[in-house]
Ligand binder design. Structure first.
Ligand SMILES: Nc1ncnc2c1ncn2[C@@H]1O[C@H](COP(=O)(O)OP(=O)(O)OP(=O)(O)O)[C@@H](O)[C@H]1O
Length: 387
């Protein structure tokens, strides 16, 4: 059994309207120099919400304000019915009493403390005895795979190891809300996948209420129930992840919604789709057959044919062309509903050069074949979506 599972909260997240005493309710207006952040964000218990937006749109300012690191001019923030900030009433609960775990790009560990003491710090502040806090810390370090590094100081840890310790530290306080501010942003390409995998598992398996800032749309796809898109300090779009990516209304969401996604369940060959089909692909990390998953590929990896292609591609789909969208150097062909194809093929995109479009002589309504090599398809475990 995955040890992280024992953090799973009893009681599934409730559907429907969020009651004032549940989850996070935040209304924040605040200035940073000339910049104004003016947003309202709610997160239900057990929900994972990804905050996306261009550089300087206010994502970190929002997280810092929720964590109690910035004093906002005008705000009311409640978490699980506790008022953390109410500027009108003069309430500002200090950061360490908020029961909020914050994990940012830099691990920001105390340099003079070993890994165990860094993790034990939160429980100690919360009134746990020295031994209990050390035992909690040791457990958390084991759960993120660095138990053997407990006695090391941060200077003797790699970036990836330090970030794992920081994850253990953020979770050791059993936070009511976990704030993740681009937690993989500062890791090098070798260290990032393992840390990402640990954190994804924590968030996916534990029912931890989480607000995640990321630039990586894949993190949002595999982790987030809902997306909130910020631009210039305001919420320009929000909704269930699949909906926002399928029908983006803001320019930013449209730009990131570029990946082809097929939902289903992990299978030995890749992904099993709900209609009994298979998408052949390569698992991105440990994923058990039957686990909810999504197959992901780039539209540029899709080859388009008029006749069914022979040869090596493992994934060959009949599609009916819904439309053509010029996108810079390429033309995006969008699949519509096809009488001969699987239902999940609708909406898939293929990027081809204008020359290839001219050569194929295709137009809306044409029946075509999309082909994708299995090596171009990655299969990622996803959170079981809330209904
Ligand atoms: N201490 C500060 N003093 C003045 N302006 C600030 C300060 N901190 C942030 N800002 C400004 O506030 C705006 C929002 O910054 P913030 O870091 O919240 O954006 P972000 O969406 O997290 O950006 P990024 O994706 O680049 O991290 C920016 O215009 C930034 O220049």
């Amino acid at each position: 059994m995955n040890p992280l599972r024992r953090w799973r909260r009893p009681g599934a997240p409730s559907g429907g309207a969020l009651r004032p005493e549940e989850g996070l309710h935040a209304r924040v207006t605040t200035h940073r120099g000339d910049f104004v952040l003016d947003v309202a964000v709610d997160v239900a218990p057990g929900e994972v919400v990804a905050v996306l937006g261009p550089n300087g749109s206010g994502k970190s300012t929002l997280l810092g304000t929720l964590a109690g690191l910035h004093a906002p001019e005008d705000a009311r923030v409640t978490l699980g019915g506790r008022t953390l900030t109410d500027t009108a009433a003069g309430i500002a609960v200090p950061a360490h009493r908020r029961r909020i775990g914050l994990l940012s790009q830099q691990a920001l560990l105390f340099p003079h403390l070993c890994a165990r003491d860094n993790v034990a710090f939160g429980p100690r502040c919360a009134g746990r005895g020295r031994r209990t806090a050390a035992a909690i810390a040791q457990d958390r370090l084991a759960e993120v795979g660095v138990a053997e590094l407990a006695d090391r100081r941060p200077a003797a840890l790699s970036g990836g190891q330090a970030q794992r310790v920081a994850i253990a530290r953020a979770l050791a306080v059993e936070p009511d809300l976990l704030l993740l501010d681009e937690p993989f942003g500062a890791l090098d390409v070798d260290a990032a996948p393992a840390v990402r995998s640990v954190l994804r598992r924590v968030v996916r398996d534990t029912g931890q209420t989480t607000l995640l800032v990321t630039h990586d749309v894949l993190d949002a796809v595999v982790l987030a129930d809902r997306l909130v898109v910020l631009a210039d300090g305001a919420v320009v779009e929000q909704g269930p992840t699949a909906e926002v990516l399928a029908r983006p209304r803001s320019a930013f969401a449209a730009r990131i919604a570029g990946l082809d996604l097929v939902p289903g369940a992990a299978a030995p060959e890749g992904l099993a789709t709900p209609d009994g089909g298979t998408v052949h692909g390569v698992a991105s990390e440990d994923v058990a057959p039957g686990e909810p998953a999504v197959a992901v590929f780039a539209p540029s990896a899709v080859a388009v044919h008029r006749e069914r292609p022979g040869g090596s591609p493992r994934n060959v789909l009949p599609v009916r062309l819904a439309g053509l969208e010029p996108r810079g150097e390429v033309v995006r062909l969008r699949a519509g509903p096809s009488p001969g194809g699987p239902p999940w093929a609708e909406g898939l995109a293929a990027d081809v050069t204008p020359a290839a479009v001219a050569e194929l002589g295709v137009g809306p309504g044409d029946d075509l074949w999309f082909a994708v090599k299995a090596t171009e398809v990655s299969v990622h475990p996803v959170r079981r979506r809330r209904t």
